[in-house]
Design a protein around this ligand. Structure first.
Ligand code: BG6
Length: 284
């Protein structure tokens, strides 16, 4: 039974949970527990970018919104030894799985939705885990990815809330709030100092080992604030033109209107039996 603010529709081949309350409207695909849209009623501005060429076929991961990366981030370690191995999908296997609605609840502050995947088991991960995504749609969009160890042995995992933000033009925005060094995935993971001002003029794929709690996308007069907690890294990605052209679910010019700022555990989190960890991203 859904709360009054919630309803379900079908989009192409996937079920979408719609949330519409006094504060905002939002959409979450049950395929991957994938946030597709968040629009606060205070300004009606869409915060997330969704590719016009995204596949909503319930097979391929959705390009845009907020993919969930778990229990690894990027390539599985085995790819270093077996680069052609197709059994270990990029960013793990929960973003291409059907999630169940555990609970929906309307409160004076918004609507809380709890989702859990059909299974947390998969090739490449040996832990016994419980995973939940708790989304709160109010004045802000809050996402909490909760990993719990329900087994009798330690396990290690990595994860990310891989948010794609809608922007007017990647060539004119800047990021504020990220400091320190980053590892550049486009340059063999070499370490560089975070630029200031942080602007974009080429393919960007950076792992910032930075635990800043607030990052702002400055886009002309508009600011999108990304609050993070429980992370060890912030990942910044824009594929630029050549990669956009090479992807079957991205328009050639798609890179111009998106930037990914991902709240992530890239270094590995070890959970003892009975322990839980919460990765949080709050978008204003
Ligand atoms: C980013 C990675 O997080 O995700 C990039 O740092 C990667 O290297 C990008 O290209 C998109 O990944 P995918 O698997 O969704 O195409």
């Amino acid at each position: 039974m859904l709360s009054p603010a919630c309803s379900i529709s079908i989009r192409d081949n996937i079920q979408v949970l719609h949330i519409d309350n006094a504060f905002a409207s939002a959409q979450v695909a049950l395929f991957g527990a994938h946030m597709l849209s968040f629009q606060p009623k205070s300004d009606l501005r869409e915060r997330f970018w969704l590719s016009k060429a995204a596949k909503l076929d319930g097979v391929q991961a959705i390009r845009g919104g907020v993919p969930l990366c778990w229990p690894w981030f990027g390539d599985h370690q085995i790819k270093q030894i077996e680069p052609d191995n197709k059994d270990f999908p990029s960013h793990g296997y929960v973003r291409t799985q059907l999630w169940n609605i555990v609970k929906t609840l309307d409160t004076p502050k918004g609507t809380e939705v709890t989702l859990s995947p059909t299974t947390t088991q998969g090739a490449g991960f040996k832990g016994e885990a419980q995973l939940q995504l708790i989304i709160t749609i109010g004045q802000h969009c809050s996402m909490q990815l909760v990993t719990s160890n329900i087994g009798s042995a330690h396990f290690e995992y990595r994860c990310a809330l891989h948010s794609y933000f809608a922007i007017s033009d990647i060539r004119t925005i800047s990021l504020q709030g990220i400091t320190g060094d980053y590892r550049d995935k486009t340059q063999d993971m070499q370490t560089f100092k975070t630029p200031s001002p942080y602007e974009f003029n080429a393919e960007t794929d950076r792992v910032h080992l930075c635990q800043a709690s607030n990052v702002t996308i400055v886009d002309k007069q508009l600011h999108t604030v990304i609050g993070s907690n429980g992370h060890d890294s912030l990942v910044v990605w824009n594929p630029w033109q050549d990669k956009s052209i090479s992807m079957n679910d991205m328009e050639d010019e798609g890179y111009l209107t998106m930037v990914c700022v991902e709240t992530a555990i890239t270094q590995g989190e070890i959970l003892a039996p009975g322990q839980s960890h919460v990765l949080t991203q709050i978008v204003y």
